[in-house]
Design a protein around this ligand. Sequence first.
Ligand SMILES: Cc1ncc(COP(=O)(O)O)c(C=O)c1O
Length: 391
Amino acid sequence: MDKDLDLHLIHTYNRSVVFDHGEGVYLVDTNGKKYLDMGAGIAVSALGYSDEEYKQGLKDQIDKLIHVSNLYYTEPVIRAAEYLSKVSGMDRVFFTNSGTEAIEGALKLARKYAYLKNPDSRGEIIAMNQSFHGRSMGALSVTGTEHYRTPFEPLIGGVSFATYNDLESVREKVTDDTCAILLETVQGEGGIYPATEEFIKGIRELCDEKDIALILDEIQCGMGRTGTYFAYEHYGVKPDIMTSAKALGCGMPVGAFAAVEKFAEAMVPGDHGTTYGGNPLAGAAVCKVFEIFEKKKIVEHVSEISAYFFDGLNRLKEKYPEQITAVRGKGLLIGVEVKNPPADYVKKAMEKGLILLTAGQNVIRMTPPLVMEKEQIDICLSILDEIFHSK
Ligand SMILES: Cc1ncc(COP(=O)(O)O)c(C=O)c1O
């Protein structure tokens, strides 16, 4: 990479390509090379690139009103909250600029609920090992990956970590001061691990028994990605507080935390706020996303296409057992566990015009646009076949 490109950017990413524009499920770089995108901006661009209706929705809102303070109502934001409440089963929504901020808000809400019950509560939070919830001090405090955390300590106190999919390990951590149990319904960055039914139902019961908040992070696994609007629908379990972002805006920076009334009412004016979070432009993006999802039956499409993709990946696993150790995930949130470093595959794929991601230590991650069709999945599978073959 040309050294000058990084000259004025703090070096927090190993970037490789300069992208120019997007068309459907392809990105195009400044040299005109096309890439089939199996990352979608890390589970963001569910509608792919350059969707006419989405772009028009944003343009119309830009012409009307881009921003007013959250001291006032706007129609797009009211409608966006209504959409999200309806599909999530929550009662009230707070819009943020990012997933990280949605986590911050969710933690504050759980602590406020506990504080109202008992002002001496220490507001302890149980989170999971190998989880990822963001990089701010609060979100990092509940992120169970040591190397992200250590250089930035001391973080917020009162957080302990249990083992994902091990109910007993969660039970052991619960004290009279616990105010919330936080988990991703499907762990994303940690390596694409869906929760087991027993685990998630057990945690729901535990939270009910102790009157503490079950917070489900649906930032990566939500918004249709697993074949239901939110991944918790697969389990017949409803959280008290949930977080969303990424595909919620399909490219416009917007996130949200939402809660059932019992928890939501703990927050009152002055408790939380944001200047930009959920401004009218972000609200219009959310409304457009939901409208297009309904019109194009995106969530149903994910279930159909996912089975096809998994079949193809499992065939590759049978063909290359010395390289592929597991294929797992839900819908179009897919992990291919490999024995060699996953970054090697990502690099090779990039040369061949295929964008892949990594997760955890040994997983190739795929979070494609949800509008991906069978023909494009065939192209992806054939490039993967070439790469595994050449290893
Ligand atoms: C599960 C989960 N939670 C939280 C976040 C943080 O979201 P953001 O990057 O929008 O702040 C991410 C981002 O990857 C995520 O995957």
